[in-house]
Structure formats: structure tokens, C-alpha cells
Design a protein around this ligand. Structure first.
Ligand SMILES: [Cu+2]
Length: 305
């Protein structure tokens, strides 16, 4: 037997197999009966149609049995689903943020992680929201999935039952980088978790902090740091380089200096580099501070020398 990755696997899998089993039974059964009847009641054998009067016993039977089956389907679905809506009070809370196109997990002590690290056999509750569009967090191995909606908090919880690394997907089509919006859940022992939890990297300054900020805000989903072309221009070699941009429909040349970087973060559609599309980036006003922007600029300088 398989070991189950989460507390929900058993119930969800049972409901699925139950419904799938009934569906298969009727698919095979009805197809067989249909074929038998085609042969048995062929027109050549029965040239004259016969009127068959109603049969109460038969009608009650073929109403009662399917009714009982669909009620059972509902019942098994319900008992598997209800616990998912009721996270236990003592669950460990992880603030989860979805954005185009990355996940951010923030723990009680302020630690941020791109991967969801959780202790074995402890209830974990994700309080989720989105910074931009509708996303959906899905952990197939745990049989849990929940929409992540801007301006609203949604909740997903589970108890991981087996150590290991499991995939996280976004299942709401959220734009160009949707297919890359993945992460992992790492299930570790309580001891390993406590150690990981307590290790908070020292707040870096300058360029290192800048890199940290662009990673946390998923900037690198669209802007590479190695010069390769993604949805937006690469950050490598950007600082103080010259670019043709389109502002209000007019082309002109700019130098990507500190003022330009700041404008691009706060008003991304103001001066769009020729060859790239307008309207794909939201303003980061209120998300990144002036100090953050200074650190980002330091980072750009460090990869533009
Ligand atoms: Cu998404």
C-alpha cells in the first residue's frame, strides 16, 4: 500500500474511486446491453413492433437504485470535503501570497520563503491572498486546492503525513508566466523544521538586499538577471544603458538611470522599452518602498558593470 502524503488523501481518493467505479460499471453495462439489444431486437427478427405496457416494479427499481447511488456519491464527497473547510485552531499559520508569477510564504517570525517548508504530522494553515489576479494553489499529492483571490483571504489546510518534497502548481490561468508558477512543499521532521524556522538570514544591505526584493516580488519571472529575453527586458547590463522607449506613443531614447528605474517600478507603462508590451506589469507603488528601490538600483549597478 502507498503511504498517504496528507490527511485528505484517503477520503478524496475513496470518493473519486467510488464515483469512477460506478461510472465505469454503467459505461460497460449500458454499452453491453445496447449491443445485445441491437442484435436481439433487430428488425429482421421482429418485423412488427410490439407495444410493451409499463412495469411498475421495474420503474421503481431503476429510480431507487440510481437515487441511492447518487446519494452515496454525495455522502462520500461531503465527508471528504467538510474537514477541508474546518482548519483546527492550533494549526501553524503561513501567510501565502500569490502574484504573477510566484508564491511567497511568510512564517510567524517574519521569515519569507519561496518554498513551503512544513513539519511532519502538524496541521498547517495557509492564509492566502493575491497581489494581482486570481491564482489557485494546488498540491496534487495532498489532494488540496484553493483559489487565491486579490482583496480577499482564502484558507487551505492539511497535515503532511510523509516526509518528502511535493509539487505546488497554480491552477488558475493567470497570464503569460502561469505555467512557470510552481513551487514545492518540503515536509521535514519537527526537529529539522525548528532549525530551519529559526534560521533567519540577516537582512542584507545594498545590492544583496536588492536581489532579495526582486526575488520576493517575483520580478525575475519576467526580467532575467542573465541577459536572456523574457516577458520584460533583462536586468543584466541595464543600469546606465541606452534604450529606445515608447512614451505616449512616441519613440525616444533614454538612459536607464536611477530616475528611470524608479519610474519603471512605480509607473511601468510610462516609458516602455521598444519591442516589449505595455500593460503586462502592474505598479509596485506601496509594495516596494523608496529604500527598496535604492537597494534594487544598487543590485542593477552590480550586474551592469
Ligand atoms: Cu497563477
Amino acid at each position: 500500500m502507498f503511504t498517504e502524503a496528507s490527511n485528505f488523501v484517503e477520503g478524496v481518493d475513496f470518493a473519486f474511486k467510488f464515483i469512477f467505479g460506478i461510472a465505469m460499471f454503467f459505461l460497460v453495462g449500458l454499452t453491453t446491453v445496447m449491443i445485445v439489444f441491437i442484435i436481439k431486437y433487430n428488425r429482421k427478427k421482429h418485423p412488427n413492433a410490439v407495444q410493451i405496457p409499463s412495469n411498475n416494479t421495474l420503474e421503481i427499481t431503476w429510480t431507487a437504485i440510481p437515487l441511492a447511488l447518487v446519494l452515496l456519491m454525495f455522502y462520500y464527497g461531503y465527508v471528504a470535503f467538510m474537514p477541508m473547510r474546518n482548519p483546527p485552531k492550533d494549526a501553524m499559520i503561513v501567510k501565502t501570497t500569490g502574484r504573477m508569477w510566484a508564491w511567497d510564504f511568510e512564517y510567524a517570525n517574519g521569515k519569507h520563503s519561496q518554498e513551503l517548508v512544513v513539519p511532519l504530522k502538524k496541521p498547517v494553515r495557509l492564509n492566502m491572498t493575491s497581489k494581482d489576479v486570481v491564482h489557485s494553489l494546488y498540491i496534487p499529492s495532498f489532494r488540496v486546492k484553493e483559489d487565491v483571490v486579490p482583496g480577499r483571504q482564502t484558507v487551505l489546510w492539511f497535515i503532511a503525513e510523509e516526509e518528502g518534497t511535493y509539487e505546488i502548481f497554480c491552477t488558475a490561468y493567470c497570464g503569460l508566466g502561469h505555467s512557470g508558477m510552481g513551487s514545492v512543499v518540503k515536509v521535514v521532521s519537527q526537529k529539522a523544521f525548528d532549525k530551519w524556522f529559526a534560521e533567519i538570514p540577516k537582512p542584507a544591505a545594498g545590492a544583496a538586499q536588492g536581489l532579495e526584493i526582486i526575488k520576493r516580488n517575483a520580478c525575475t519571472s519576467c526580467h532575467s538577471v542573465d541577459g536572456s529575453k523574457l516577458i520584460g527586458p533583462s536586468f543584466k547590463g541595464l543600469y546606465n544603458s541606452k534604450h529606445v522607449v515608447i512614451s505616449n506613443g512616441k519613440e525616444h531614447e533614454i538612459t536607464a538611470d536611477s530616475a528611470y528605474v524608479r519610474t519603471s517600478v512605480l509607473e511601468p507603462d510610462k516609458d516602455v522599452v521598444k519591442g516589449f508590451n505595455k500593460g503586462l506589469m502592474r505598479s509596485y507603488k506601496g509594495t516596494v518602498s523608496e529604500t527598496d528601490i535604492k537597494n534594487i538600483i544598487e543590485y542593477f549597478k552590480s550586474i551592469s558593470r
